[in-house]
Ligand binder design. Structure first.
Ligand code: UGA
Length: 436
């Protein structure tokens, strides 16, 4: 089978590379010529473990091609995946202008039956809109189907998530479209991955509901963590015991500085809009969004409280990406921390294993260091924002000896409070501050 993927951002590129690994012929399209040129050589524009090898291998074996022309992908493909960006507009709704543009282009070149699949996270009802946009621009009357096939890829572990997913969701209108989609995912079918086959609207809503539920879980445990700090409880033990209940499950109960990234913050707000437009109330999701904003602010106010005043103080930040194994800083909690510190007159020095160039573009005034040890030299406080593996086993005695004051804010709870206190740090974490 031959498929086309329009948009070589995170979702499009991972999807294209993984399908080609399944033995499918894939043409990935992006209008950015430089990007396509680089991709042909195997240069990946972002950091994702394992992706470069996968792209290089499948390009070399002739199953993965890149082009700047939508026409190239459409003519040869039976299924065309739309994987372009749907950035949030000022009011939080998803901007569908790229999806519309691509739909119209598909209409222009469609000469035979095709199935048009949305991979991007799109508001409920977008499938219907795509059908309308294509019909309006189509020459003649070619038969086509629309399908929704949301992705559940986590940045940093996207390839594993694609190859061994918990489920594959397919929303489609016709038996032919369902059969093609099943065929495409045959390797996953063979390893008994559960398939959820449903209508397009349901598939579209599954994506928003899944992301929003995970966001709710995180905000819930963050609020419980803050309560733990007030009552002498340990949030890790609370979360572990909760998670042992199979109805709750252990995942996404890790407290921290609030969720970030390009998905949860955007998708929760988009879902609230969708509900609002229909006069439906989603109080739980709304509360999760508010709790997340408060969590970010709380982390800064704790730091401020510990330092008295941050003005003129030097603060070291370890970890800038919104989570480990990615250079993505979109909605990263570190952005809020750095902005608050700079606004209140602190001097900030920072280090991240891969996201430094991205953060430099946003905050050129921060002093970027070459490693963790350089970052803590002479600081009044150290704030660990992202749990990169290389921060899990730092030489703590060396860290302490170079800091001006031993204020250690571990916002990912990677160190043990009693050990840190024993070492002489003023150690602050999330939900384990008051345990005796
Ligand atoms: C998320 C979902 O997990 C994917 O299933 C989904 O496909 C993707 O969004 C998307 O919509 O494209 P991602 O944003 O890459 O994936 O990252 P997550 O691992 O979900 O983490 C999101 C944020 O929550 C991070 O800031 C992370 O630090 C935070 N988090 C996560 C916690 O604070 N606690 C946890 O227990 C888990």
């Amino acid at each position: 089978m031959h498929i086309g993927i329009i948009g070589t951002g995170y979702v499009g590129l991972v999807t294209g590379a993984c399908f080609s690994e399944f033995g499918v012929s894939v043409t990935c399209v992006d209008r950015d010529e430089q990007k396509v040129k680089a991709l042909k050589k195997g240069d990946i524009p972002f950091y994702e473990p394992g992706l470069e090898e996968l792209v290089k291998r499948n390009v070399a074996e002739g199953r993965l091609n890149f082009s700047t022309k939508v026409k190239d992908a459409i003519e040869s493909s039976l299924a065309i995946f739309i994987a372009v960006g749907t950035p949030p507009r000022g009011d939080g709704t998803a901007d569908l202008s790229y999806v519309k543009e691509v739909s119209e282009e598909i209409a222009r070149y469609m000469d035979d039956y095709k199935i048009i699949v949305t991979k991007s996270t799109v508001p409920v009802g977008t499938g219907k809109k795509i059908r309308k946009w294509i019909k309006e621009k189509m020459n003649g009357n070619v038969d086509f189907d629309i399908a929704s096939n949301p992705e559940f890829l986590r940045e940093g572990s996207a390839i594993g998530d694609f190859m061994r997913p918990d489920r594959v969701v397919i929303g489609a209108e016709s038996p032919q479209a369902i059969a093609i989609m099943r065929d495409l995912y045959r390797p996953l079918y063979l390893i008994e991955t559960p398939f959820v086959i449903t209508n397009i609207e349901t598939a579209e809503l599954i994506k928003y509901s899944s992301n929003s539920f995970l966001a709710v879980k995180i905000s819930f445990i963050n609020e419980i963590a803050n309560l733990c700090d007030l009552v002498g409880a340990d949030v890790h033990i609370v979360a572990r015991a909760m998670g042992l209940d199979k109805r709750i499950g252990p995942k996404f109960l890790h407290p921290g500085p609030g969720f970030g990234g390009s998905c949860f913050p955007k998708d929760t707000v988009a879902l609230l809009h969708l509900a609002g437009e229909r006069d439906a109330e989603l109080g739980v999701v709304e509360a999760a969004v508010k709790a997340n904003e408060k969590q970010r602010a709380l982390m800064f106010s704790r730091l401020k409280e510990a330092l008295g005043d941050v003005s003129g103080k030097k603060v070291g930040i370890l970890g800038l990406s919104f989570k480990p194994n990615t250079n993505d800083i979109r909605e990263a909690p570190s952005l809020y921390m750095i902005e608050s510190l700079l606004n209140e007159g602190a001097k900030v020095q920072a280090y991240d294993p891969v996201a430094t160039p991205d953060m430099k573009a946003v905050f050129p005034k921060v002093s970027y260091k070459k490693d963790a040890y350089e970052t803590v030299k002479g600081v009044d406080a150290l704030v660990l924002m992202t749990e990169w593996n290389q921060f899990r086993n730092l030489d703590l005695a060396r860290i302490k000896s170079t800091m001006k004051s031993p204020n250690f804010f571990d916002l990912r709870n990677i160190y043990a409070p009693d050990k840190m206190k024993e070492l002489g740090f003023n150690y602050y974490c999330v939900g384990r501050n008051s345990i005796k």
